[in-house]
Design a protein around this ligand. Structure first.
Ligand code: BG6
Length: 476
């Protein structure tokens, strides 16, 4: 539908920003934090910086929160580093870790900023991996549940919005990129066993949150990439549906309906995959009723039919930041991905597609009828300080305005959306492109080659976003 007026946002809509511990905090060896697998993974992404300093939010959090308040944020989505809270297999709780997040949460609340906390954002502690077998071993379920309980017990009096596992679907789809496939000999099959263990961890967190946090709400955070068929050839539509299933729907159906859908059961049978679902697992999952779906959305995809005799080609992300490097995958008989001639791309070949945002919200609303919040959406760019001392990120302003407009249209369409938290507040470490790919409203003065003074500089997008959110979405 086309509406006569610009979209409006509900009165208590939360306007925020987003981050993740390992990408923003730095201080990896301080105050009792022990290493996480993602630390090691980030060290393999040379020539980009690893996460040892990142945005040094650990030492700058007060300055960062005061900038958030100046900007007018009403929410801030961040994650807790598991190994700061539980540094080793003795399960002792690290008081310094609790203290850091207590201070951060208290500073946010003092500034009327609602904390939205992710329990797990890719930073599996090395001790869980080494001593308990990591994601492939069911012992992780108890360890994760214990860690979640410690978080709920210590922070649940003030944190009422909780998120379980960040982008579980992407961790499985991009196992190598995010380090989850470490140690697996047959990832194609083993990933489904790991995924099932992650589902059990998600379920434990949901159940414990409802038991322990008065008024607490909890949901998953899928990474969502809308998928359009390349043409109106019916075969392309089925390919798009296959891609949808294998990259996101299987996960979302599980979270909401609390069972594996028919598509994935048939797929496992076809390929001789045993995800190791044991008695009582599904009873546990059945109890994990979520309150909302949080969504990360940056881009869209196009799918087309792939002949069953075609050659398999694996997806390859653009690592250089020079356009044209992304390799579209081909999965014979299932689907292939393809470029979209109707949209522009950024330097990493990510589609710039605001309509995808409306599509996603409509799709998720139609399928699952739950409140939604945007926990990530943003524009990654090469950026530096201009001669006048500012950072002029006009493209990010266009990106945010266009995306938010589509969030507004989805709300007008009848979707219940409660928050918009773009990635990211300050610049922080990209998952694979270090500081070269910046997302922040606030520039952090550091580079991949050298750690600089880490000074915070408000970008032009900070001013635009601030004015816009202070008007509750009227100052377009
Ligand atoms: C999301 C992740 O998928 O994408 C973030 O949750 C990540 O951790 C963000 O940083 C952007 O991706 P990238 O690779 O550009 O950092």
């Amino acid at each position: 539908m086309n509406y006569q007026e610009k979209p409006r946002f509900p009165k208590n809509f939360m306007w925020g920003a987003s981050s993740a511990a390992w990408q923003v905090e730095g201080a990896v060896n301080e105050d009792g934090r022990t290493p996480a697998i993602i630390d090691l993974n980030s060290q393999t992404k040379k020539p980009y910086a690893d996460n040892s300093v990142a945005a040094d939010h650990y030492h700058h959090y007060l300055e960062d929160v005061s900038l958030m308040a100046e900007c007018g944020l009403s929410s801030y989505r961040f994650s807790i580093a598991w190994s700061r809270i539980i540094p080793d297999e003795s399960r002792r709780v690290n008081p310094k870790g609790i203290e850091f997040y207590n201070h951060l949460i208290n500073a946010l609340i003092a500034n009327h900023i609602t904390p939205i906390v992710t329990l797990y954002h890719y930073d599996m502690p090395c001790w869980v991996d080494e001593k308990k077998g990591g994601w492939s071993d069911r012992r992780v379920i108890d360890e994760f549940e214990y860690y979640c309980q410690v978080c709920f017990e210590n922070f649940g009096d003030r944190v009422k919005y909780w998120l379980t596992l960040n982008e579980q679907n992407m961790q499985i789809v991009y196992g190598d990129w995010l380090g989850v496939s470490k140690g697996c000999s047959d990832w194609f099959k083993e990933k489904w066993k790991i995924n099932h263990i992650m589902n059990l961890c998600h379920a434990k967190a949901v159940i414990a949150c409802h038991r322990m946090v008065p008024g607490g709400k909890i949901g998953p955070v899928p990474g969502y990439v809308p998928i359009y068929p390349e043409t109106c050839n019916p075969a392309d539509q089925i390919a798009a549906m296959n891609a949808e299933e294998l990259t996101q729907k299987v996960w979302n159906d599980l979270y909401v309906f609390r069972e594996y859908n028919g598509f994935i059961r048939r797929y496992w049978k076809e390929y001789g995959i045993d995800p190791d679902i044991r008695p009582q697992d599904m009873e546990l999952i059945q109890q994990a009723e979520i309150d909302f779906i949080a969504l990360n959305c940056y881009r869209s995809n196009v799918a087309k039919a792939a002949d069953k005799d075609s050659e398999i080609k694996e997806l390859q992300l653009n690592k250089s930041g020079k356009k044209g490097e992304f390799v579209y995958p081909v999965y014979p008989g299932i689907y292939a991905l393809a470029p979209n001639p109707y949209v522009q791309t950024n330097d990493w070949d990510w589609e710039i597609d605001p309509v995808a945002m409306r599509y996603m919200l409509r799709y998720i609303n139609d399928h699952y009828h739950l409140p939604m919040m945007i926990t990530e959406n943003g524009y990654g760019a090469h950026e530096e300080i201009a001669e006048d001392g500012g950072v002029h990120d006009q493209q990010r302003i266009h990106f945010l305005r266009d995306q938010i407009f589509q969030v507004g249209l989805a709300i007008e369409d009848g979707c219940e959306v409660i928050a918009y938290n773009p990635w990211s507040f300050t610049d922080l470490l990209s998952t694979g492109n270090g500081m070269a790919k910046r997302y922040g409203l606030v520039f952090v003065n550091t580079t991949d080659a050298e750690v600089r003074d880490l000074k915070r500089i408000k970008k032009d997008s900070f001013d635009w976003y601030s004015k816009f959110i202070k008007s509750n979405g009227k100052a377009w």
